[in-house]
Design a protein around this ligand. Structure first.
Ligand SMILES: CC(C)(COP(=O)(O)OP(=O)(O)OC[C@H]1O[C@@H](n2cnc3c(N)ncnc32)[C@H](O)[C@@H]1OP(=O)(O)O)[C@@H](O)C(=O)NCCC(=O)NCCS
Length: 207
């Protein structure tokens, strides 16, 4: 069972010198709502599309609560200096099967600069090196070239098309299924840094 991760404080993950993945805060709702005003951000997402600030606040509260109810982790991807949220990375965990479903979005002003790739690599290191996850899966709409492009570039396997897999706004949608498992990750991952190992040993001694 993955329960151990929920006994620890919510993890902040370093992404680059400029960006980090941190716990969602109430004040993120403005930035989150603003970047969803750009139609390209939500056009292929079969879940989130806040249409008002109130909906954005409710959505973020739901996401933050996932950790408290042991169903997952949802990070705000943000500027370290200003705290501004520019995107999100979420994991919906199946604790029994050590499996998690990944989702992500990014303010369009920041697309194609390698920022989400860096954020996802930090998330994968957390999943496989700290959390005990064995499989990360991601589903996308078949038309979502950006999402499938990033998954393929990060080593995910395309596993097929799942018919009528997602119910959203009155319709049942086909999705493509991608996955990264621990053995695949070990083949492509950078070796753990010495300070990662120190951190790991420290965490283990506390748990
Ligand atoms: C998917 C998304 C997060 C990618 O973020 P990003 O920071 O722009 O991605 P990166 O810059 O790290 O791109 C890494 C690689 O992914 C692929 N990629 C990214 N955007 C792409 C696009 N529009 N078309 C095709 N491939 C793309 C490329 O291989 C890219 O490498 P390259 O730039 O060297 O060619 C962003 O496009 C987004 O927020 N989309 C809307 C939300 C969404 O659809 N989320 C997924 C829901 S399933």
């Amino acid at each position: 069972m993955l329960d151990r991760i929920y006994q620890l404080p919510f993890p902040t993950l370093k992404v680059t010198d400029e960006y980090e993945l941190r716990e969602i805060r109430d004040e993120d709702a403005d930035a989150y709502f603003t970047y969803y005003q750009e139609p390209n951000v939500g056009q292929y997402i079969l879940a989130t599309d806040p249409r008002s600030l109130i909906e954005a606040r409710a959505e973020l509260q739901y996401c933050r609560n996932l950790f408290r109810v042991k169903r997952g982790l949802y990070w705000a991807l943000s500027h370290i200096k200003t705290g501004e949220m520019i995107g999100a990375v979420g994991l919906y965990t199946n604790n029994f099967h050590h499996r998690t479903e990944l989702c992500y979005d990014l303010n369009k002003d920041y697309w194609r600069q390698g920022i989400m790739s860096a954020a996802l690599k930090s998330t994968f290191a957390y999943c496989f090196r700290e959390a005990g996850i064995e499989r990360i899966e991601a589903v996308t709409k078949p038309q979502n070239e950006a999402s499938q492009g990033i998954l393929a570039s990060l080593g995910f396997d395309f596993e097929g098309i799942l018919k009528a897999y997602r119910y959203y706004e009155g319709g049942f949608h086909d999705v493509t299924m991608y996955a990264l498992t621990r053995p695949m990750y070990e083949l492509i991952a950078p070796p753990p840094q010495e300070n990662d190992l120190d951190q790991l040993l420290d965490d283990m001694s506390k748990s």
